[in-house]
Design a protein around this ligand. Structure first.
Ligand code: SF4
Length: 64
């Protein structure tokens, strides 16, 4: 599964980073998070789904 963030929608408030810091991070100079682990395993799926649900802008996408 692939985890992505749409920066055109993202508002940068960072809920995803708080929920799943192993998947997202704010790089220096950026006000929107980067996906640092985009290949999501079956074992990581539940946390990735929780992160997607935590985003009030629906900027996160988890796809097969
Ligand atoms: S929770 Fe959503 S809108 Fe907020 S920083 Fe993360 S991806 Fe962007």
């Amino acid at each position: 599964m692939k985890l992505t963030v749409d920066w055109d929608i993202c508002q940068g408030h960072g809920r995803c980073v708080m929920v799943a810091p192993e998947f997202f991070d704010f790089k220096e100079g950026e006000d929107k998070p980067t996906v640092i682990v985009s290949d999501i395993s079956e074992a990581q799926k539940s946390l990735a789904q929780r992160a997607c649900r935590s985003c009030p802008e629906r900027a996160l996408l988890l796809q097969e």
